[in-house]
Write a protein that binds this ligand. Structure first.
Ligand code: ZN
Ligand code: ZN
Length: 269
């Protein structure tokens, strides 16, 4: 099976407002997104299709066809619009990223003749995206950040073996990174709020459980979690997953960016 991605974009205005609720209740649940006059995003949309090569052409599908067909839909239904007011679907459904992804999945799913839609991923900004993939539930990923020092060192290896394995990362005084943590939850959007998870609550849990503990710390020296554990990217992704799993029941995955070039994922057992 071959997979092919085409990236498209559009901009739109939206407001998270349930008309039957008071202004106060909307504000309480949706925060600044509840501004009835709306706010906007430049959305980035990734359309991934899968299929075999067509005959001798060497392609799965012409990416220009994806661009034209999806763009035609985006232009007529979403681009440049106030979604709550100008799109019939979002008159009754809050245009959360999760709901927009499901809406796009349903619109694009049967658009192509020769291949199958594999994934729709919609970036609201550089730290929030929602996606739907094959028969999966909808997923929402939010990115968090902390800076920390660490030393890669295993007590089970000799000093020489540690240096051979970890090189300069074994420096006894440590070194540091700008870590980015992708927290992914999955589920079906709530029929009323359009959300898989209350983002304010998720921010609070991740910040108090993980970020406040690790930010501006030396992981080996200042944290209980890594006093006896080697803080490699792999181990850190597992530890962060386990720290959050009991507090976020629909946690799906932790992705840890140690640098732009080193990325680790853990999906639990
Ligand atoms: Zn928004
Ligand atoms: Zn390092």
């Amino acid at each position: 099976m071959l997979y092919l991605t085409r990236i498209l974009d559009f901009s739109a205005t939206h407001s998270y407002t349930i008309p039957a609720w008071t202004t106060n209740k909307n504000k309480q649940v949706f925060g600044p997104c509840s501004n009835q006059n709306g706010h906007g995003h430049d959305y980035k949309l990734e359309v991934v299709v899968k299929g075999p090569l067509i005959g001798e052409t060497g392609i799965v599908m012409n990416t220009v066809d994806i661009k034209q067909k999806v763009n035609q839909f985006l232009k007529s239904e979403l681009d440049g619009k106030f979604l709550n007011k100008e799109n019939d679907y979002f008159k009754d459904h809050i245009p959360t990223t999760e709901n927009i992804v499901n809406y796009l999945w349903n619109a694009v799913e049967n658009m192509f003749d020769d291949c199958t839609l594999h994934r729709i991923r919609l970036h609201e900004n550089h730290y929030l995206f929602a996606e739907k993939e094959d028969n999966s539930m909808t997923r929402l990923t939010r990115q968090y950040h902390f800076c920390a020092a660490h030393r890669l060192h295993s007590d089970h290896l000799s000093d020489e073996e540690n240096i051979r394995l970890f090189g300069k990362c074994n420096n006894p005084h440590g070194h540091g990174h700008n870590y980015f943590v992708d927290v992914t939850v999955h589920g079906e959007p709530d029929p009323t709020t359009g959300m898989i998870i209350d983002l304010g609550e998720m921010d609070h849990i991740v910040n108090t459980t993980v970020i406040d503990k690790f930010d501006h710390k030396h992981l080996n020296l200042d944290t209980d979690e890594f006093r006896d554990l080697n803080p490699t990217g792999e181990v850190m992704a597992m530890v962060i997953f386990n720290m959050l799993a009991s507090k976020i029941p629909n946690l799906y995955k932790i992705g840890l960016w140690e640098t732009d070039k080193n990325y680790f994922e853990y999906l639990g057992n």
